[in-house]
Write a protein that binds this ligand. Structure first.
Ligand code: SF4
Ligand code: SF4
Length: 155
């Protein structure tokens, strides 16, 4: 069942990208899917109504809940990151005033957290896959998800 729901979520993202003017080929590459399936999706032949209803419910959840569910559906972190960014437009942000420099978050499994030259914690959003582990591990809630502006990550 999770793979069906993931397909439904991909269909929602595919249709969104199509409305934004992306080509079928680009959408297929972005979602790591066959072009023929993307063609089905954008012509309205998406997974069953039941699957689409559940998928819609998930993408309409507050980001912190939706991200958790999407991450549980696939081990492919490159793919889940793309889907999460596309749906929720979020990144991980640190509140420096709260951080007590305990270093727990430096265990990020994707090496996306490091200490800068001023010995302060920084996040490399290009490496971050939005697995949320650092948010759960931080003892003082200094790490959170935050909405970003379009193109902000590409700067
Ligand atoms: S969300 Fe995951 S990948 Fe991103 S910085 Fe936190 S632990 Fe690392
Ligand atoms: S886990 Fe939290 S308090 Fe500890 S270094 Fe990271 S951001 Fe700072």
């Amino acid at each position: 069942m999770p793979e069906h729901i993931l397909s439904g979520i991909k269909a929602i993202v595919a249709m969104k990208l199509k409305r934004e003017g992306r080509l079928q080929r680009e959408i297929a590459e972005y979602l790591k899917m066959d072009r023929s399936i993307i063609s089905h999706y954008i012509h309205g032949r998406h997974p069953s109504d039941k699957v689409m209803r559940v998928s819609e419910e998930i993408v309409n959840l507050p980001a912190e809940y939706g991200i958790k569910i999407i991450n549980s559906m696939s081990e492919d972190r490159e793919l889940t990151k793309k889907i999460i960014e596309n749906i929720y437009q979020v990144k991980i942000e640190i509140e420096r005033d709260r951080c007590i420099l305990c270093g727990e978050c430096l265990e990020c499994p994707y090496n996306a957290i490091f200490k800068n030259s001023d010995h302060l914690i920084e996040i490399n959003n290009n490496k971050c896959v939005l697995c949320m582990e650092c948010i759960y591990i931080c003892p003082v809630n200094a790490l959170n998800i935050k909405k970003f502006l379009p193109n902000e990550l590409e700067e």
